[in-house]
Design a protein around this ligand. Structure first.
Ligand SMILES: NC(=O)c1ccc[n+]([C@@H]2O[C@H](COP(=O)([O-])OP(=O)(O)OC[C@H]3O[C@@H](n4cnc5c(N)ncnc54)[C@H](O)[C@@H]3O)[C@@H](O)[C@H]2O)c1
Length: 708
């Protein structure tokens, strides 16, 4: 029989309520019932003079059960249980360790006192899901730490450590040593002092700094994370209620705002991503190999931009790394890049000098391919050259046992072709890292039909150890992300430029929509030549040079390679990153348009955004239909983590569902009719057509496939 989710025992005049709901003590319905019952027992027990609420296991409570958000919460609600705790006529002390999040923090706020271990952290991350704390948090927190500090903590969504919590007054005491003994000691002092309960709701709210200017200043501090978001306004509204209304009225206002926050498109999109990010590593037929030893040793071949970033990512994750290059010069550059990345992390205060040195010390270098023999995983990241990569991979396959995972970081080549000369090709996967590899969270894991499930399982484990979001993709050109970018989004962006939009107009439109950076600026940052090389591969594979996808290639031919040559879609001043519009580029685009018989015109930003998004969605439907992506939600994760798609919209496929697939199809047909299906660009993907006609969504498609 599972243990009671809340255990009660009494010792030395203190009633202990211990929440035991592994793994993270979520406050699900049985916990709430258990808390109410155990509280009742402590209140009824005359020998009990004070009450402690604590959690078993590694951490305090991670809060409410997110699965309960879509419907009404089962009785007793969190609000009811917290009200009962607050109304206790015996002092109630929360004893915190590990992480207290969301409803977990709100639980502690309903208690009269809080003690914590030095490692404890408290955070209200609701805003990351487009929600406001809805179980009293917006009314009790300002009564404990002041309205301005409460706003800062709630809109940041980030946890504060025990020391900061002590300074804020959020915890009363930080206890060294055993938490339960510390909590007991604290209670004994309360009993000896005859201390009474201290209900948070009866405390007054400190309003200093919570005026118009103060609020604007706090929101400005978080403006990057909150770009395009609206939930922060709901937080301000709820906190304002705490400063202006009595406690009961404030709670009622919070309830109304919290109920509304659950229904906003922003919250639905953010919760979709929350689940998508957790589901992405679940691959049918792949059993997690958690029984195996973790990956401890990695060899990275090629010390270029990507290889050195991958080596850094592995060292950051605690792995022993052997970095291999065939050229001493290449190795020198790679090691210098690694050293300068660590130095800048120290300079920015992200790492201590000692920690940076420890991580750097995990990387050893070698000019000998034989040094890869001992690794658990070998990642090849040399020049993008099929014969070179094939030769390296087959040599590595010969040097290593069959249990070693082999991987290529190719961005354009077929993994099946790369694997052909290998002795045992089934242990090869693609690991498509994004630049800079030690920073970007996305990792596309490319499997070919022949890839052994155990190898794929190992690759998923590696992604997890690297703390990356590993998304499994099929072995087709561009995998998930680059296929959609090149064959949909960027191609359309160039077509819009040929039709009359300036590069800066396209960039501004897409950035106003919410992309971190517009397509021309991204091209200039990564190098126009990189895209050109990729397109050459695309056309080789698919035998279809594209007459309307030509601007970046023409810029490459002119040696306008982007920021590195101070000229690309824009021009740049030496040492500066500001993109300056360039008449030479406009003349080039005009000439290319004339050559293709395209009449130029003024294009509204709304058309730019709509056409780029429709293309992204349409190619996304192809990627889904052909099985290159397993789920529409996987595509969303790729685009949010790898390509700067605005998180608040949930990813391109979720966004398509929000617009309605019938609407999306109608608009694609509209542009198809208008543009006479230019070069087949506007032919709707059969899957999109089918779903739209059946009144279904990509989400339906995902859930039906997962259910199968
Ligand atoms: N640049 C990106 O944004 C990006 C993103 C994802 C994947 N990729 C892929 O990553 C790979 C590497 O790209 P990069 O930009 O780091 O290239 P790079 O030119 O910066 O580095 C390649 C390195 O490989 C070394 N090398 C060449 N032949 C070798 C051999 N026989 N043995 C060992 N080392 C050898 C070179 O000396 C050089 O240091 C390519 O396949 C590329 O397509 C690049």
């Amino acid at each position: 029989m599972p243990p009671e989710p809340v255990q009660y025992r009494c010792r030395n005049r203190i009633g202990f309520l211990l929440i035991d709901n592994p793994p993270v003590n979520v406050l699900a319905a049985p916990v709430r019932t258990g808390l109410a019952r155990a509280l009742g027992a402590a209140l009824a027990d005359e020998s009990v003079r004070a009450i402690v609420i604590a959690c078993a296991g590694k951490t305090f409570s991670a809060g409410a059960d997110i699965g309960e958000f879509d419907g009404p919460m089962a009785e007793p609600t969190l609000q009811a249980v917290f009200a009962a705790i607050e109304a206790s006529n015996k002092p109630v002390v929360a004893a915190l360790h590990g992480l207290a999040l969301g409803g977990g923090v709100e639980l502690t706020l309903a208690c009269h006192y809080r003690v914590a271990t030095p490692e404890a952290k408290l955070g209200l991350p609701e805003i990351t899901l487009g929600l406001i704390p809805g179980a009293g948090g917006t009314q009790r927190l300002p009564r404990v730490i002041g309205a301005a500090a409460a706003l800062d903590m709630i809109v940041s969504g980030a946890p504060v450590d025990a020391k900061s919590a002590l300074n804020l007054g959020l915890v009363d005491v930080v206890v060294d040593g055993d938490l339960m003994l510390g909590a007991e000691r604290f209670c004994q002092q309360l009993i000896e002092q005859g201390a009474k309960p201290r209900p948070t709701g009866a405390r007054t709210v400190e309003v200093a700094g919570f005026d118009e200017a103060g609020i604007a200043g706090i929101l400005r501090k978080h403006s990057r994370a909150l770009k395009g978001r609206t939930t922060q306004q709901l937080v301000v509204e709820a906190l304002t209620a705490a400063t202006q209304s009595d406690f009961a009225a404030g709670l009622a206002i919070e309830r109304r705002i919290a109920d509304h926050s659950i229904t906003t498109p922003e919250s639905k999109a953010l919760r979709h991503l929350f689940f998508a990010e957790r589901q992405v590593s679940k691959v049918p037929g792949i059993v997690s190999d958690s029984t195996k030893a973790p990956i401890a040793r990695v060899a990275v071949i090629g010390a270029g931009t990507m290889g050195s970033g991958i080596a850094t990512a592995c060292a950051d994750a605690g792995m022993a790394v052997t970095l291999i290059d065939s050229h001493a010069g290449g190795m020198e550059c790679g090691l210098a890049l690694i050293a300068s990345n660590y130095e800048s992390s120290v300079a920015r205060g992200r790492l201590t000098h000692e920690e940076a040195a420890r991580r750097r010390g995990r990387i050893v270098d070698s000019l000998d391919l034989g040094a890869a023999a001992e690794a658990d995983v070998v990642i090849e990241s040399v020049f993008e050259d099929l014969a070179l990569k094939q030769s390296i991979l087959s040599k590595v396959a010969a040097l290593t046992p069959a249990s070693t995972l082999l991987a290529s970081n190719t961005s354009t080549l077929s993994i099946a072709e790369l694997s052909r000369p290998c002795r045992d090709p089934q242990r090869l996967v693609g690991l498509h890292f994004f630049s800079p590899a030690h920073v970007m969270k996305l990792l596309e894991i490319v499997r070919m039909p022949a890839t052994d499930p155990a190898a794929l399982g190992r690759a998923l484990t590696l992604a997890k150890q690297l703390k990356k979001v590993g998304v499994v993709a099929g072995d087709a050109f561009g995998f998930i992300g680059n296929k959609m970018m090149l064959d949909g989004y960027w191609r359309e962006a160039e077509l819009l430029m040929l039709e009359g939009a300036a590069p800066e107009q396209v960039d501004t439109a897409m950035e106003s929509f919410g992309f971190a950076m517009g397509p021309a600026r991204v091209n200039d940052l990564g190098g126009t030549d990189v895209g050109t090389k990729t397109r050459v591969e695309l056309f080789k594979r698919e035998r279809r040079p594209d007459p309307y996808f030509v601007i970046a290639d023409a810029l490459t031919a002119m040696n306008r390679l982007g920021q590195k040559t101070l000229a690309g879609f824009y021009r740049y001043q030496p040492g500066e990153r500001q993109a300056l519009p360039d008449d030479e580029v406009l003349s080039l685009i005009e000439k290319l348009a004339v050559d293709r018989g395209i009449a130029r015109r003024w294009i509204e930003s709304s058309e730019i955004v709509e056409r780029c998004l429709l293309q992204l969605i349409n190619v996304g439907a192809h990627v889904l239909e052909t099985g290159v992506a397993m789920r529409a939600a996987d595509i969303d994760v790729v685009w949010v983590h790898g390509y700067g798609f605005p998180r608040r919209l949930g990813g391109p496929m979720f966004h398509a569902d929000s617009l309605g697939l019938a609407h999306v199809l109608g608009r694609i047909e509209h542009y198809g009719a208008r543009m006479k299906n230019r070069n087949d660009y506007w032919r709707p993907a059969p899957l999109l057509e089918k779903l739209a006609q059946q009144g279904r969504s990509f989400a339906n498609w995902d859930s039906e496939r997962i259910a199968r």
